[in-house]
Design a protein around this ligand. Structure first.
Ligand code: GN1
Ligand code: CA
Ligand code: CA
Length: 125
């Protein structure tokens, strides 16, 4: 059986770490890489539902962004998003532009400014 590192949660063959630490999206991405992981890539409703069980009323960066091309949302492994869980009216690229994606406390996704300091991030490996 597969064992995850201490503090990481196992689901369907992947290990997840919910890091409650503030920082912009780029910092979160780097922090996951430093743990030989990636910011979480969410492929289906089962994975989304699992993550939703562990949010503890906080906002987390996920590994999705449209930095290079507006409204072309790409995961940190370079894949294009097929499954999505956008909140109603999102993504809206609000204000001066929102190119990074957070998971909100009820699990729905929202695009926000990549420079925002939110509650934390989720790593997957
Ligand atoms: C708005 O309402 P609030 O603050 O949760 C906006 C989001 C933006 C966010 C930026 C319905 O969210 O799209 O990303 O501000 N929601 C709506 O802070 O416009
Ligand atoms: Ca955008
Ligand atoms: Ca938004």
């Amino acid at each position: 059986c597969q064992v995850c590192p201490k503090g990481w949660l196992l689901n369907k063959g992947s290990c997840y770490s919910f890091q409650v630490k503030t920082g912009p999206w780029s910092h979160a991405r780097k922090a996951c890489e430093d743990e030989h992981a990636l910011l979480v890539i969410i492929n289906d409703e089962e994975e989304q539902s699992f993550l939703g069980l562990h949010l503890k009323q906080k906002y987390y960066w996920i590994g999705l962004q449209d930095i290079e091309t507006e409204n072309k949302f790409t995961w940190v492994d370079g894949s294009t998003a097929t499954y999505t869980k956008w909140s109603a009216g999102e993504p809206n690229n609000y204000g001066h532009g929102e190119d990074c994606v957070e998971m909100t406390p009820r699990g729905w996704w929202n695009d926000v400014s990549c420079g925002n300091d939110i509650d934390g991030w989720i790593c997957e490996k």
